[in-house]
Design a protein around this ligand. Sequence first.
Ligand code: AMP
Ligand code: GLY
Length: 420
Amino acid sequence: MKILILGSGGREHALAWAVLQNPKCDRLICAPGNAGMAQIAECVALDILDGAAVVDYCTSQGVDFVIVGPEAPLAAGVADDLRTAGVLTFGPSKAAAMLEASKAFTKEICDACNAPTAAYARFTSAEPARDYIRQQGAPIVVKADGLAAGKGVIVAMSEAGAFAAIDDMFDGSFGDAGAEVVIEAFLEGEEASFFVLSDGKTVLPMGTAQDHKRVGEGDTGPNTGGMGAYSPAPVMTPEVIDKTLNRIVQPSIDEMARRGTPFEGVLFVGLMIKEGEPSLVEYNVRFGDPECQTLMMRLGAQVLDALLACAQGQLDEMRLNWADDHALCVVMAANGYPGSYEKGSVINGLQGIEENSSRMVFHAGTAQKDGEIIAVGGRVLNVTARGATLQEARDRAYRIVEQIDWPEGFYRKDIGWRAL
Ligand code: AMP
Ligand code: GLY
């Protein structure tokens, strides 16, 4: 098969790495890709938000299967365009991608199927929002309704903080994403991510993970896209997984189907778990990044069979083989991230690193220039390792990190600390 992966992050490098191990893949193309993906696949400069351009490319090159990595092309309807053109595609329709593109929509779905989630109210102007905050008190959570690249959620520990968030949103700091605001109750507990494939009917669990969103050690400092992750998440016991599937995931999938907008793709279920009871924090309609890197390392070649079964509506026939293993990913980021950072610094030491099915350096924000690998993003490398225990996976990953010579970058030394 000729397979095209859309995206350019560590998530997409990990997907490409897993897909290539499957003998069904004869030719792999990534658009636009990065320096790491260029070492294992062809990279093409396509505007992945332009559905017509992606369809043209697929038709002219005879692409058999497209895997959409990030949310932006999904929210733009690129998967719809591909399906309309008859190209087999992994990734939800624009209508189903509303589960990530609108927080208010997700709340509506939870209401319709009685899925446990934080109590909430929605607002399109500041004054009623402030009244609601006064009524409810702090801590309280203020969320821009739309896509805001992970920055649209403010967990306010004081009423003043919540008012400031309301001002920011209605002043346009979040653009259109903040035109509507969801305010919800603060949930206590431990967070975990659960990934399931759905073909619109059947749900197939793809694994659990925990990520570290804060930039600093001990989970302190500003939020980031994720500084590291590990899989599985110990808090996701078989009982918690069953409750999540029965009370949250399957009812939501059934509700989407009932509305005529079935969800076909990977659903990223963000959960808060307190005393064994899961509540939904958010849905995303794509794999998490860097959570995906740990899942791909654990699943390997069978990922392609699962994504194909999902796209073909045959998940009821698909089984995944899980080893009793663990994976952990350490993100190396440019100094200054998640604030402003320099681009163009050279990364050395990558050539000497032995990579295999238990240890990989996935690239995120990298490019190749004059024969060298340079940093061009905030999150730059995702060092991922697998082991029989989480400790073994962790030790392997950090041994690789130490081999990488990149003074302009930093990483957290405590990934996995809660579970270790
Ligand atoms: P989201 O983009 O919805 O995942 O929110 C980003 C982060 O904000 C989550 O990973 C949580 O850490 C936190 N968060 C979101 N909603 C709540 C809530 N209702 N209670 C406590 N923390 C929350
Ligand atoms: N790591 C969190 C996310 O991908 O949204």
